[in-house]
Design a protein around this ligand. Sequence first.
Ligand code: AMP
Length: 367
Amino acid sequence: MTKCIGIIGGGQLGRMLALSGYPLGLKFRILDGSPEAPAGHVSPLVSGPLDQLETLDRFADGLECATFEFENVPLKAIEHLSNHLPVHPGCLALEKSQDRWVEKEFFRSLLIPTAPFAPVTTHEGLQQATLEIGLPAILKTRRFGYDGKGQVRLNMPSDVSQGWDALGSQPLILEGLVPFDRELSQVSVRSTKGEIRHYPLVENFHRKGILHKTIAPAPGIAPNDPLEHQSRQAMEKVMEALDYVGVLAIEWFQVGASLVANEMAPRVHNTGHWTMDGAKTSQFENHIRAILGWPLGSTEANHHTVMLNLIGSHRPPEDWLAIPGVRLHLYGKSPRQGRKLGHVNVLGNTAMEALSRSETLLDWLSE
Ligand code: AMP
């Protein structure tokens, strides 16, 4: 019988997961709070509140296993579903990644370097933390922050009160500013059988806190580079500590010859979108293989790729499709400022070729 996999969250990640699984002979069911969710264009959608048992049971009925595409799924929903079917990655990974302070403590317990950090719950506590950590620093909400939202940079002591006024109604974390050379990320995958594969390190560029561009593989990193070794070793420690199943991303700051962890995401990741066209197996297909305990596919790059996010609005598909080496992925979402509507993967046989092709497209990006 055809296996049906449940995906919690019907955004672009859920949609691309489902699209990658159909050629493997699978079916999908999506759970989302909104009946309009873009993954619902490609798979049957159960819509309803994620904290309602009746909705969860309707979603779970007859599924082989379930996964999620965003880390702010209510933990209780995953606990409930886990009583009825395998859910990967599990509660532990969610718990560690839903709260920035818990996550940084977890990295620290595994001896993975992070920015200096301190939890903050009061105005006085914030003042004290700025003395311990020093300025400049970044004040962030511990939960529900994404794409640079829920964070304020504190440059001078006089910024402290403003930062507190902006965010102080919830638990916070103060992080020292890491003087990084560049931002890298590691996307890896571990199956229920314990098989692990790593994609190459990639370099990421943000605009207004949102990922703008990924260069894959990251320029200047040779095979067996010590940075790659550090990244993979840390990833394996994290995966093993969590008994992790599925794709996991760790965002790194590169400082000289070392890596400092920014955050992790227990799901397929925007900095892995290049794998759809630039790697032998996409992160989406490998996530599906991993949660089913199937053999993982090769994570080797077969092209140099520049991934550009299409944010806010985009040119008509036919404009992109006219350009050699450009692969278009639109998510079926209506345009709105700051919204990720799609991405393009610009391929080249060399890094120079992919980069110069992507340069000519930069004017086409609205944000
Ligand atoms: P985040 O939402 O924590 O990933 O932060 C969004 C972006 O802000 C990161 O990709 C970095 O460019 C920057 N950023 C966040 N935290 C720090 C930090 N502690 N030091 C330096 N830059 C940071």
